[in-house]
Design a protein around this ligand. Structure first.
Ligand code: SAM
Length: 282
């Protein structure tokens, strides 16, 4: 694990983001470190971002800014859908997204399909600020590859949230066209999906390919953004696909208990900077 190094008596995690970009965090303590059949799972305590979940040396979520990502990937689709009863989360092992979905009384079932059980265990035990040690009875944990799971559940869900890691390792398949096609088939006729679609600054190729794939399947596709400090470049994108037209005015009445999302933020998150509009139109 060359991403954890001791320098002058100090412990540092260095994320190897790109050839010419490394992101380093000073670490107080390695709280948990285990290899699963899929990846290296670590919970670290850092000086500036509190506790963080790190998979194969890449920061996934932290106790300082994890809520920004988890609130934006959940409250947008859950507020836009007319009556979300059955919700599927693919990935999401830190349980932060499921915790936000559980804030909707009208939701009857939350299926969390995570390929790596070790991630859920580690986050429940060592990252309660994000996982909330979630024990809501509506949450069903399924430890399986999301690709196979959606194929086995046609016309089942109102909302599908793809809370995946980066398109490397086990998550690579979650960015492929065939997977989005299965997601489209797993949704009911008024269903909608959302996925994290990487950085518009550093991964525009992934965002454009994701947008193109989803536009090929869904009649209504909308990209929105949020700022997540521990994600490369800070600016992060989400792509939403809906089988029926989306009524954005539903966001004006948003009033859930949150730390980042509110009605103004949810309404403005679809206002894209010019470079993104031009790239997505080209
Ligand atoms: N918000 C984080 C991000 O944007 O980087 C991701 C959070 S969550 C921890 C990502 C989860 O996706 C991980 O726990 C990982 O094990 C899971 N995952 C990766 N590939 C998967 C697959 N094919 N099926 C189900 N879960 C998968």
């Amino acid at each position: 694990m060359n991403y954890i190094k001791e320098q002058n008596g100090q412990l540092w995690l260095t994320e190897d983001e790109r050839e010419n970009l490394k992101i380093s965090y000073r670490i107080k303590e390695i709280i948990y470190s285990e290899r699963s059949p899929f990846q290296h799972v670590m919970i670290l305590d850092s000086y500036d971002f509190g506790r963080m979940l790190v998979l194969d040396g890449v920061v996934q979520t932290t106790s300082i800014d994890g809520h920004i990502y988890n609130e934006m990937i959940t409250h947008v689709p859950l507020s836009l859908h007319p009556s979300p009863k059955k919700v599927l989360i693919i990935g999401g092992g830190d349980c932060g997204a499921a915790r936000e979905v559980a804030k909707y009384e009208e939701v009857e079932e939350i299926h969390l399909v995570e390929i790596d059980e070790l991630v859920v265990q580690a986050c429940k035990e060592h990252l309660p600020e994000v996982s909330g040690n979630l024990s809501d009875p509506r949450v069903q944990y399924v430890y399986k590859d999301g690709v196979q799971f959606v194929k086995d559940h046609v016309n089942t869900y109102d909302v599908i949230i793809i809370d995946s890691s980066d398109p490397i390792g086990p998550a690579q398949v979650l960015f492929e066209y065939d997977f989005y096609k299965s997601v489209h088939e797993a949704l009911k006729e008024d269903g909608m999906m959302v996925c994290q679609s990487q950085s518009p600054i550093f991964h525009m190729d992934v965002l454009k390919q994701t947008y193109a794939n989803i536009r090929h399947l869904f009649p209504h596709v909308h990209v929105y953004t949020a700022t997540v400090p521990t994600y490369p470049g800070g600016l992060w994108s989400f792509t939403l696909g809906a089988k029926q037209a989306v009524s954005f005015e539903r966001l004006t009445t948003f009033a859930k208990q949150t730390k980042y999302a509110n009605a103004d933020v949810l309404n403005q998150c679809f206002c894209l900077p010019q470079f993104m509009k031009e790239h997505l139109q080209s």
